[in-house]
Design a protein around this ligand. Structure first.
Ligand SMILES: [Zn+2]
Length: 56
């Protein structure tokens, strides 16, 4: 049984930026000001890089 379980949070392993998934906007947003990380970081997210959102 396969169930799609998209991540709702991600964290950059380089700068520590944390994002949360905003289903209303269908995009990631920074969780809070203290989790913004570095603007110069290329960001290496700790979630599965092959995950692709399903388009309905
Ligand atoms: Zn980063």
């Amino acid at each position: 049984m396969t169930r799609l379980d998209p991540p709702t949070e991600r964290e950059c392993t380089e700068c520590g930026r944390r994002d949360v998934w905003d289903p209303d906007r269908q995009s990631w947003r920074i969780r809070d000001d203290a989790s913004a990380g570095s603007p110069n970081c290329i960001h290496d997210w700790d979630i599965n890089g092959t995950y692709l959102p399903i388009r309905e």
